[in-house]
Write a protein that binds this ligand. Structure first.
Ligand code: FES
Length: 292
């Protein structure tokens, strides 16, 4: 079970794995994710399912090697089995026919938006994709996004590919030029916040996919709390998608920063079971360090 059938380098430090997971492949919907432990005793990591094939019984994930667990996952060879995959998790995306749709994504968010673009297009929407990265070498999945969108715009911050600047610069222009009925955004907090500020003015329904630190992915640890419409909710069980106009981005940013500044959890140097009692992310979370 969970055999790696194919492995691909998508960009620097970004890999794609096609995994045999027949039960998950039958059930997973766009917007959902799985929780993966590469080997027994490893920390679990949440990863979006980018693609699935119920006929072959496979799911595909794309991830950036940024910590110990993703690093280990990236070293597993073809034909090796992953110890545990839980899922599908999270609330599936609400895919409806809305008209002209913009899907904007930056960084690893491009892997998350790809299945959403496909599903929205299949539902009869005209999908305009806007993707951005620091430079050409960091840009993910351009050919796949071209195939999944009716039109694509690309921004690189250093100008090494297509338009120089930020994805939000292009977004602003497209918004001014065309009647848009729906926006889907996933990427950096600043990008999603800006997109929501722009669409709020024109009252365009905007959905964002949030990516807080998740530990158990089951709604029990509280690490993924986000403030939406004035209430604390869990991204793992209530999300990861939310109405962007109701998300408290400042609160979300503050919580993310606090976790990222915690060396132990940011570097993910220790599996959870070996962390010392009284230290680490879980203790901080439970003791209210990151409470509202
Ligand atoms: Fe623990 Fe969501 S990851 S409550």
């Amino acid at each position: 079970m969970f055999e790696i059938l194919n492995k691909q380098l998508v960009a620097d430090n970004v890999k794609r794995l096609d995994i045999y997971a027949p039960n998950i492949s039958q059930k997973v919907r766009p917007g959902q994710f799985v929780s993966i432990a590469p080997e027994e005793g490893d920390e679990r990591i949440p990863l979006s399912v980018v693609d699935s094939d119920p006929q072959k019984g496979t799911i595909s994930i794309i991830f950036q090697e940024v910590g110990q667990t993703t690093g280990k996952l990236g070293t597993l060879p073809i034909n090796e089995c992953i110890f545990s995959i839980l899922g599908p998790l999270g609330v599936p995306s609400q895919i409806e026919r809305r008209g002209n749709v913009i899907c904007i994504a930056t960084g690893i968010g491009i892997a998350k938006v790809l299945p959403i673009c496909r599903a929205l297009r299949e539902a009869g929407n005209k999908v305009i994709g806007i993707i951005g990265a620091r430079s050409k070498k960091d840009l993910l999945l351009e050919p796949q996004m071209r195939l999944s969108c009716d039109k694509i715009h690309i921004a690189t911050e250093d100008g090494s590919h297509e338009q120089k600047g930020l994805a939000t610069d292009i977004f602003e222009k497209v918004l001014a030029d065309k009647k848009i009925h729906f926006v889907y955004a996933v990427g950096s907090v600043d990008m999603m916040k800006m997109v929501c500020a722009l669409t709020r003015k024109s009252r365009i329904k905007t959905v964002v996919q949030l990516n807080p630190i998740m530990v158990d992915c089951m709604g029990m640890c509280g690490s993924c709390r986000v403030k939406v419409a004035g209430e604390m909710v869990f991204a793992c069980t209530d999300g990861p998608e939310f109405d962007g106009h109701k998300v408290d981005f400042e609160n979300f940013k503050k919580r993310k920063k606090a976790i990222e500044e915690c060396d132990e959890c940011h570097n993910q140097k220790l599996p959870l079971r070996s962390r010392k009692k009284g230290s680490g992310i879980l203790t901080k979370l439970f003791s209210g360090f990151l409470k509202e």
